[in-house]
Design a protein around this ligand. Structure first.
Ligand code: 3PG
Length: 384
Protein backbone atom coordinates (compact mmCIF):
# COMPACT_ATOMS: atom_id res chain seq x y z
CA UNK A 1 0.00 0.00 0.00
CA UNK A 2 1.25 3.46 -0.85
CA UNK A 3 1.14 5.56 2.31
CA UNK A 4 1.29 9.32 1.68
CA UNK A 5 3.72 11.26 3.88
CA UNK A 6 3.88 14.92 4.90
CA UNK A 7 6.24 15.49 2.00
CA UNK A 8 3.23 14.87 -0.28
CA UNK A 9 1.16 17.70 1.24
CA UNK A 10 0.94 20.59 -1.18
CA UNK A 11 1.02 24.22 -0.08
CA UNK A 12 1.43 23.78 3.64
CA UNK A 13 1.75 27.52 4.19
CA UNK A 14 -1.06 28.66 6.48
CA UNK A 15 -2.68 25.21 6.59
CA UNK A 16 -3.93 23.94 9.93
CA UNK A 17 -2.34 20.57 10.63
CA UNK A 18 -3.86 18.31 13.25
CA UNK A 19 -0.72 16.44 14.25
CA UNK A 20 -1.16 13.26 16.32
CA UNK A 21 2.01 12.51 18.28
CA UNK A 22 2.78 10.02 21.02
CA UNK A 23 3.95 12.06 24.00
CA UNK A 24 3.24 9.10 26.28
CA UNK A 25 6.57 9.47 28.08
CA UNK A 26 7.54 8.03 31.47
CA UNK A 27 6.65 10.52 34.27
CA UNK A 28 7.55 10.71 37.93
CA UNK A 29 5.94 13.23 40.31
CA UNK A 30 4.66 15.27 37.36
CA UNK A 31 8.11 15.40 35.72
CA UNK A 32 9.23 13.78 32.48
CA UNK A 33 11.77 11.02 33.13
CA UNK A 34 12.65 10.13 29.53
CA UNK A 35 12.05 12.41 26.55
CA UNK A 36 12.84 10.08 23.62
CA UNK A 37 9.33 10.03 22.19
CA UNK A 38 9.07 13.82 22.20
CA UNK A 39 12.55 14.22 20.73
CA UNK A 40 11.80 11.81 17.92
CA UNK A 41 8.72 13.85 16.93
CA UNK A 42 10.74 17.03 16.48
CA UNK A 43 11.82 16.56 12.82
CA UNK A 44 8.17 16.46 11.74
CA UNK A 45 7.28 19.52 13.84
CA UNK A 46 10.30 21.39 12.43
CA UNK A 47 9.33 20.42 8.88
CA UNK A 48 5.82 21.76 9.37
CA UNK A 49 7.08 24.96 11.01
CA UNK A 50 9.51 25.60 8.21
CA UNK A 51 6.65 25.30 5.74
CA UNK A 52 4.69 27.79 7.89
CA UNK A 53 1.87 25.45 8.75
CA UNK A 54 -0.22 26.02 11.89
CA UNK A 55 0.28 23.04 14.17
CA UNK A 56 -2.28 21.58 16.56
CA UNK A 57 -0.68 18.72 18.51
CA UNK A 58 -2.80 15.90 19.91
CA UNK A 59 -1.50 13.16 22.22
CA UNK A 60 -2.43 10.92 25.08
CA UNK A 61 -0.41 10.37 28.25
CA UNK A 62 -0.86 7.30 30.41
CA UNK A 63 -3.77 4.93 30.18
CA UNK A 64 -6.34 7.48 31.41
CA UNK A 65 -6.70 11.23 31.93
CA UNK A 66 -4.94 11.44 35.28
CA UNK A 67 -1.74 13.00 33.91
CA UNK A 68 -1.36 16.33 32.14
CA UNK A 69 0.55 17.01 28.94
CA UNK A 70 1.55 20.45 30.20
CA UNK A 71 5.12 19.34 31.09
CA UNK A 72 5.44 17.86 27.59
CA UNK A 73 4.32 21.17 26.03
CA UNK A 74 6.84 23.02 28.20
CA UNK A 75 9.63 20.63 27.23
CA UNK A 76 8.75 21.01 23.56
CA UNK A 77 8.91 24.82 23.82
CA UNK A 78 12.40 24.53 25.27
CA UNK A 79 13.57 21.98 22.73
CA UNK A 80 12.30 24.07 19.81
CA UNK A 81 13.22 27.36 21.40
CA UNK A 82 9.84 28.84 20.57
CA UNK A 83 6.44 29.50 22.14
CA UNK A 84 4.17 26.49 22.43
CA UNK A 85 0.59 27.15 23.53
CA UNK A 86 -1.27 24.75 25.79
CA UNK A 87 -5.03 24.13 25.72
CA UNK A 88 -6.15 22.69 29.08
CA UNK A 89 -9.56 21.61 27.82
CA UNK A 90 -9.93 21.00 24.10
CA UNK A 91 -13.71 20.68 24.45
CA UNK A 92 -14.34 24.35 25.25
CA UNK A 93 -14.97 27.28 22.84
CA UNK A 94 -11.63 28.66 24.05
CA UNK A 95 -9.83 25.81 22.31
CA UNK A 96 -11.36 26.90 19.01
CA UNK A 97 -10.41 30.52 19.60
CA UNK A 98 -6.80 29.64 20.42
CA UNK A 99 -6.53 27.37 17.39
CA UNK A 100 -7.99 30.06 15.13
CA UNK A 101 -5.52 32.64 16.37
CA UNK A 102 -2.48 30.46 15.66
CA UNK A 103 0.12 32.40 13.64
CA UNK A 104 2.04 30.91 10.69
CA UNK A 105 4.38 28.26 12.12
CA UNK A 106 2.59 28.48 15.50
CA UNK A 107 2.15 25.45 17.75
CA UNK A 108 -0.41 24.47 20.37
CA UNK A 109 -0.71 21.27 22.38
CA UNK A 110 -4.10 20.01 23.50
CA UNK A 111 -4.45 18.37 26.91
CA UNK A 112 -4.37 14.56 27.22
CA UNK A 113 -6.91 13.21 24.71
CA UNK A 114 -8.01 10.51 27.14
CA UNK A 115 -9.76 13.31 29.04
CA UNK A 116 -12.61 12.40 26.72
CA UNK A 117 -13.72 8.74 26.91
CA UNK A 118 -14.81 8.89 23.27
CA UNK A 119 -11.14 8.86 22.21
CA UNK A 120 -10.69 5.19 23.15
CA UNK A 121 -14.08 4.26 21.69
CA UNK A 122 -13.06 5.59 18.26
CA UNK A 123 -16.25 7.65 18.51
CA UNK A 124 -17.11 9.20 15.17
CA UNK A 125 -18.55 12.45 16.57
CA UNK A 126 -15.39 12.95 18.59
CA UNK A 127 -13.17 12.13 15.61
CA UNK A 128 -15.12 14.68 13.56
CA UNK A 129 -14.73 17.25 16.31
CA UNK A 130 -10.94 16.77 16.41
CA UNK A 131 -10.82 16.95 12.62
CA UNK A 132 -12.71 20.27 12.68
CA UNK A 133 -9.55 21.97 13.97
CA UNK A 134 -7.53 21.26 10.84
CA UNK A 135 -7.23 21.26 7.07
CA UNK A 136 -5.08 18.11 7.07
CA UNK A 137 -4.27 15.33 9.52
CA UNK A 138 -0.79 13.90 10.15
CA UNK A 139 -0.12 10.79 12.18
CA UNK A 140 3.40 10.74 13.56
CA UNK A 141 2.41 8.70 16.63
CA UNK A 142 3.83 5.34 15.65
CA UNK A 143 3.77 3.98 19.22
CA UNK A 144 -0.02 4.24 19.46
CA UNK A 145 -0.87 3.38 15.85
CA UNK A 146 -1.90 -0.15 16.88
CA UNK A 147 -4.90 1.39 18.66
CA UNK A 148 -8.21 1.93 16.89
CA UNK A 149 -8.82 5.26 18.58
CA UNK A 150 -10.63 8.41 17.38
CA UNK A 151 -7.43 10.44 16.92
CA UNK A 152 -5.68 7.56 15.11
CA UNK A 153 -8.30 5.89 12.93
CA UNK A 154 -11.65 7.74 13.11
CA UNK A 155 -10.20 11.12 12.20
CA UNK A 156 -8.87 9.90 8.84
CA UNK A 157 -12.48 9.79 7.56
CA UNK A 158 -12.73 13.56 7.81
CA UNK A 159 -9.41 15.01 6.68
CA UNK A 160 -6.81 14.37 3.98
CA UNK A 161 -4.40 12.21 5.96
CA UNK A 162 -0.67 11.58 5.92
CA UNK A 163 2.05 9.96 8.00
CA UNK A 164 4.87 12.00 9.52
CA UNK A 165 8.62 11.49 9.22
CA UNK A 166 8.88 9.27 12.31
CA UNK A 167 6.14 6.86 11.22
CA UNK A 168 7.72 6.76 7.78
CA UNK A 169 11.12 5.91 9.33
CA UNK A 170 9.59 3.25 11.57
CA UNK A 171 7.93 1.57 8.58
CA UNK A 172 11.14 1.67 6.54
CA UNK A 173 13.37 0.27 9.29
CA UNK A 174 11.06 -2.27 10.89
CA UNK A 175 10.32 -3.61 7.41
CA UNK A 176 13.97 -4.73 7.27
CA UNK A 177 12.95 -7.44 9.74
CA UNK A 178 10.17 -8.58 7.42
CA UNK A 179 12.52 -9.15 4.48
CA UNK A 180 15.69 -10.02 6.38
CA UNK A 181 19.23 -10.28 5.19
CA UNK A 182 21.13 -13.28 6.58
CA UNK A 183 22.53 -14.37 8.96
CA UNK A 184 19.65 -12.89 10.94
CA UNK A 185 19.57 -12.96 14.75
CA UNK A 186 16.23 -12.30 16.44
CA UNK A 187 16.26 -11.58 20.19
CA UNK A 188 13.07 -11.78 22.18
CA UNK A 189 12.89 -10.87 25.86
CA UNK A 190 10.49 -9.31 28.32
CA UNK A 191 7.21 -10.92 29.30
CA UNK A 192 3.70 -11.50 27.92
CA UNK A 193 4.05 -14.72 25.98
CA UNK A 194 0.56 -14.37 24.62
CA UNK A 195 1.50 -11.25 22.67
CA UNK A 196 4.98 -12.53 21.76
CA UNK A 197 4.10 -16.05 20.66
CA UNK A 198 3.11 -14.93 17.12
CA UNK A 199 6.46 -13.16 16.83
CA UNK A 200 8.40 -16.16 18.08
CA UNK A 201 6.66 -18.45 15.60
CA UNK A 202 7.08 -16.01 12.73
CA UNK A 203 10.76 -15.28 13.31
CA UNK A 204 11.62 -18.92 13.99
CA UNK A 205 10.81 -19.37 10.30
CA UNK A 206 12.91 -16.48 9.00
CA UNK A 207 15.74 -16.00 11.50
CA UNK A 208 18.88 -18.10 11.56
CA UNK A 209 19.03 -17.82 15.35
CA UNK A 210 16.33 -16.82 17.85
CA UNK A 211 17.62 -15.99 21.32
CA UNK A 212 14.94 -16.03 24.00
CA UNK A 213 15.59 -14.25 27.34
CA UNK A 214 13.59 -12.56 30.09
CA UNK A 215 10.48 -14.10 31.56
CA UNK A 216 9.86 -15.86 28.25
CA UNK A 217 12.97 -17.99 28.88
CA UNK A 218 11.56 -19.04 32.27
CA UNK A 219 8.58 -20.43 30.41
CA UNK A 220 10.88 -22.57 28.29
CA UNK A 221 12.82 -23.79 31.37
CA UNK A 222 9.59 -24.62 33.15
CA UNK A 223 8.19 -26.44 30.14
CA UNK A 224 11.42 -28.45 29.90
CA UNK A 225 10.83 -29.53 33.51
CA UNK A 226 13.70 -27.47 34.98
CA UNK A 227 13.36 -25.91 38.43
CA UNK A 228 12.53 -22.22 38.14
CA UNK A 229 11.86 -21.68 41.85
CA UNK A 230 9.80 -18.58 42.49
CA UNK A 231 10.53 -17.08 39.07
CA UNK A 232 7.75 -15.41 37.18
CA UNK A 233 6.44 -17.84 34.59
CA UNK A 234 4.20 -16.01 32.21
CA UNK A 235 1.92 -18.73 30.98
CA UNK A 236 1.42 -22.42 31.26
CA UNK A 237 -0.71 -22.46 28.10
CA UNK A 238 1.91 -23.03 25.46
CA UNK A 239 3.80 -26.22 24.71
CA UNK A 240 7.22 -24.77 24.14
CA UNK A 241 9.62 -27.70 24.21
CA UNK A 242 8.57 -28.94 20.71
CA UNK A 243 9.64 -25.57 19.33
CA UNK A 244 13.22 -26.36 20.33
CA UNK A 245 13.33 -29.26 17.85
CA UNK A 246 13.95 -26.94 14.91
CA UNK A 247 17.28 -26.13 16.53
CA UNK A 248 17.48 -22.39 15.96
CA UNK A 249 16.24 -21.29 19.41
CA UNK A 250 19.00 -20.42 21.87
CA UNK A 251 18.16 -20.15 25.59
CA UNK A 252 20.24 -18.61 28.39
CA UNK A 253 23.11 -20.86 29.53
CA UNK A 254 23.29 -19.31 32.97
CA UNK A 255 21.06 -17.03 35.00
CA UNK A 256 21.20 -14.62 37.92
CA UNK A 257 18.92 -15.54 40.77
CA UNK A 258 17.66 -13.68 43.77
CA UNK A 259 16.37 -15.02 47.00
CA UNK A 260 14.54 -13.15 49.71
CA UNK A 261 15.92 -9.75 50.49
CA UNK A 262 17.60 -9.21 47.20
CA UNK A 263 20.85 -7.89 46.06
CA UNK A 264 23.34 -9.54 48.41
CA UNK A 265 22.17 -12.99 47.62
CA UNK A 266 22.26 -12.64 43.86
CA UNK A 267 24.40 -15.32 42.26
CA UNK A 268 25.13 -16.51 38.76
CA UNK A 269 24.57 -20.14 38.23
CA UNK A 270 23.90 -22.76 35.65
CA UNK A 271 20.31 -23.10 34.63
CA UNK A 272 19.08 -26.26 36.30
CA UNK A 273 20.64 -25.36 39.63
CA UNK A 274 17.97 -22.84 40.51
CA UNK A 275 16.65 -23.53 44.01
CA UNK A 276 12.97 -23.64 44.93
CA UNK A 277 13.29 -20.44 47.01
CA UNK A 278 14.99 -18.41 44.25
CA UNK A 279 13.76 -16.31 41.35
CA UNK A 280 15.53 -15.84 38.05
CA UNK A 281 16.10 -12.12 37.49
CA UNK A 282 18.69 -11.88 34.70
CA UNK A 283 20.80 -13.84 32.27
CA UNK A 284 24.36 -14.60 33.35
CA UNK A 285 27.73 -13.78 31.71
CA UNK A 286 28.12 -17.18 29.97
CA UNK A 287 24.93 -16.49 28.07
CA UNK A 288 26.33 -13.26 26.67
CA UNK A 289 29.69 -14.89 25.85
CA UNK A 290 27.81 -17.57 23.94
CA UNK A 291 26.00 -14.93 21.88
CA UNK A 292 29.07 -12.88 20.91
CA UNK A 293 30.37 -15.27 18.18
CA UNK A 294 26.85 -15.54 16.76
CA UNK A 295 26.65 -11.76 16.73
CA UNK A 296 29.99 -11.50 14.94
CA UNK A 297 28.59 -13.40 11.96
CA UNK A 298 25.20 -11.71 12.07
CA UNK A 299 24.21 -9.23 9.34
CA UNK A 300 20.87 -8.25 10.87
CA UNK A 301 19.85 -8.25 14.52
CA UNK A 302 16.34 -7.38 15.69
CA UNK A 303 15.68 -7.19 19.43
CA UNK A 304 12.54 -6.70 21.47
CA UNK A 305 12.26 -6.86 25.28
CA UNK A 306 14.84 -6.81 28.12
CA UNK A 307 16.66 -9.98 29.19
CA UNK A 308 16.12 -9.50 32.92
CA UNK A 309 14.07 -7.77 35.58
CA UNK A 310 15.66 -4.46 34.70
CA UNK A 311 13.19 -2.26 36.63
CA UNK A 312 14.53 -3.99 39.75
CA UNK A 313 18.10 -3.16 38.75
CA UNK A 314 18.89 -6.50 37.10
CA UNK A 315 20.04 -5.04 33.81
CA UNK A 316 23.60 -6.35 33.43
CA UNK A 317 22.71 -8.99 30.84
CA UNK A 318 20.68 -6.55 28.76
CA UNK A 319 23.41 -3.89 28.93
CA UNK A 320 26.20 -6.35 28.06
CA UNK A 321 24.34 -7.61 25.01
CA UNK A 322 23.40 -4.12 23.95
CA UNK A 323 27.01 -2.97 24.10
CA UNK A 324 28.05 -6.01 22.07
CA UNK A 325 25.45 -5.12 19.44
CA UNK A 326 26.59 -1.49 19.41
CA UNK A 327 30.14 -2.71 18.66
CA UNK A 328 29.06 -5.19 15.98
CA UNK A 329 28.83 -4.49 12.26
CA UNK A 330 25.31 -5.89 12.00
CA UNK A 331 22.35 -3.76 11.00
CA UNK A 332 20.61 -3.42 14.37
CA UNK A 333 16.98 -2.71 15.11
CA UNK A 334 15.86 -2.40 18.69
CA UNK A 335 12.27 -1.91 19.72
CA UNK A 336 9.86 -2.21 22.59
CA UNK A 337 9.39 0.58 25.14
CA UNK A 338 11.75 -0.78 27.83
CA UNK A 339 14.55 -1.90 25.53
CA UNK A 340 14.52 1.43 23.71
CA UNK A 341 14.72 3.36 26.99
CA UNK A 342 17.82 1.35 27.98
CA UNK A 343 19.52 2.24 24.67
CA UNK A 344 18.85 5.91 25.40
CA UNK A 345 20.12 5.60 28.96
CA UNK A 346 23.36 4.01 27.76
CA UNK A 347 23.82 6.79 25.22
CA UNK A 348 24.49 4.32 22.39
CA UNK A 349 21.52 5.18 20.18
CA UNK A 350 23.86 6.48 17.45
CA UNK A 351 25.53 3.06 17.25
CA UNK A 352 22.24 1.28 16.71
CA UNK A 353 20.82 1.41 13.18
CA UNK A 354 17.28 2.07 14.39
CA UNK A 355 15.58 2.34 17.76
CA UNK A 356 11.81 1.98 17.47
CA UNK A 357 9.66 4.25 19.62
CA UNK A 358 6.91 1.65 19.91
CA UNK A 359 6.13 -0.93 22.55
CA UNK A 360 3.01 -2.89 21.61
CA UNK A 361 2.96 -1.11 18.26
CA UNK A 362 6.40 -2.43 17.33
CA UNK A 363 5.39 -5.96 18.26
CA UNK A 364 2.24 -5.69 16.20
CA UNK A 365 4.05 -4.21 13.23
CA UNK A 366 6.66 -6.97 13.31
CA UNK A 367 3.90 -9.58 13.51
CA UNK A 368 1.51 -8.14 10.90
CA UNK A 369 3.65 -5.83 8.75
CA UNK A 370 1.21 -2.97 9.29
CA UNK A 371 -0.94 -1.24 11.95
CA UNK A 372 -4.53 0.05 12.02
CA UNK A 373 -3.32 3.68 12.13
CA UNK A 374 -1.13 3.19 9.06
CA UNK A 375 -3.87 1.32 7.16
CA UNK A 376 -6.31 4.13 7.95
CA UNK A 377 -4.02 6.65 6.24
CA UNK A 378 -3.54 4.36 3.24
CA UNK A 379 -7.31 3.92 2.94
CA UNK A 380 -8.13 7.60 3.46
CA UNK A 381 -10.43 8.78 0.66
CA UNK A 382 -10.45 12.47 1.50
CA UNK A 383 -9.17 14.60 -1.38
CA UNK A 384 -5.46 15.32 -1.27
C1 3PG B 1 2.54 2.91 24.40
O1 3PG B 1 3.19 3.44 25.31
O2 3PG B 1 2.68 1.72 24.08
C2 3PG B 1 1.62 3.78 23.60
O3 3PG B 1 1.69 5.12 23.95
C3 3PG B 1 0.20 3.26 23.67
O4 3PG B 1 -0.31 3.43 24.94
P1 3PG B 1 -1.54 2.53 25.43
O5 3PG B 1 -0.99 1.15 25.59
O6 3PG B 1 -1.99 3.15 26.74
O7 3PG B 1 -2.60 2.60 24.38
Amino acid sequence: MNIPTIRDIKDLKGKRVVLRLDFNVPMRNGKIVETMRIDRAIPTIEYLRKKQARIIILSHLGSDASMSLKPAARYLAKALNTDVGFVPDFRTPDARKIAERLPLGGIIVFENLRLDPRELENNITFAKYLASFGDVYVNDAFAVSHRVHASIVGITKYLPSYIGLLVSDEIKNLSLALHPIHPFLFILGGAKFDTKMPLLKKFMKTADTVFVGGILANDFFHDKGLEVGLSVVDTYQHKLTPLLKKGNIVLPLDVVTKSGDAVKKVTSKEVGEVLPNESIVDVGPETIKNLVPILKKTKLVVWNGPLGYYEGGFDKGTIALMNAIAKSKAVSIIGGGDTAVIVERLGIAKKITFVSTGGGATLEFLADGTLPGIEAIGNCKKGK
